[in-house]
Design a protein around this ligand. Sequence first.
Ligand code: JFZ
Length: 312
Amino acid sequence: KEQRMKWWNEARFGMFIHWGLYSVPAGVWEGKDIPFLGEWIMNSAKIPVAEYAKFAGQFNPTKYNAEQWVKLAKEAGMKYIVITTKHHDGFAMFKSDASKFNIVDATPFKRDVIKELATACKKYGMKLGFYYSQSQDWHHAGGAADRGHWDKAQEGSMDEYIDKVAVPQMKEILTKYGPVSVLWFDTPAAMNKDRAEKFLPILKLQPGIIYNNRLGGGISGDLETPEQFIPATGYPGKNWESCMTMNETWGFKKNDQNWKSPEMLIRNLIDIASKGGNYLLNVGPTSEGLIPDSSVVRLKKYGEWLKINGEA
Ligand code: JFZ
């Protein structure tokens, strides 16, 4: 196996963090529970762009403490963190010159949470990766070409969205935060070869970066990404990572209490490791900046289990 993949192949266990503006509605819109994934609420409830953007005024996660999150991941035995820098709602969790729709310019919080996480990861020797929704963006004109749109503000050229938002922001996240170990692309339905290839030279800004198979345009990337399941025999000869939620959503939903048991979660890690894969286990922090207690309890169980059964 490739040297570049060495740390990743030894890591086995990582923390996925889905955190964004969707943690403000937390699964509820106009008093109704909106079915499906919390981070999809803008799409599921067809919230107009300007209405959704108002959540930014209420996003003030003053309890956010990046070091606590990194220490928690470490305690659970996790070796890397992948965080959503921008999900399909188009909201950047970092200071961006390409779009004002970001946590520093659009919220009362005004802090670059990605920068703080990068600093904490560096301090504790935790590898850091970025999720970035390169194709699907419901906020910026032209970015919603993927699955249709519901607001005139979303109309526009996909190519212009790629050139003016996605590519510049990718450049920002790969140059402003020190070493980036993983780039996690997603939902490439509207990508083609021309669009996808615009990202390749930017990835080179981080030598050794590992990226998944969701860039699109026929570019296979480094990783297979089975989602919410464990493949029966793994993917022999390939690098693969099962990503999974602890309840039924990636982004925080206040009424989703359907948690997997700690026993099941620990068995999943063992199952995946035994088949040569990695487990990217998700947490969905609240709009206050806290990882839900039910997730914290489960992560600590991993720590207890590893103390008895892990390598010294
Ligand atoms: C995507 C996102 O739409 C979702 O919000 C979340 O971020 C998740 C990790 O990724 O959803 C997908 C992507 C791919 C598949 C299914 C859902 N797939 O390949 O089956």
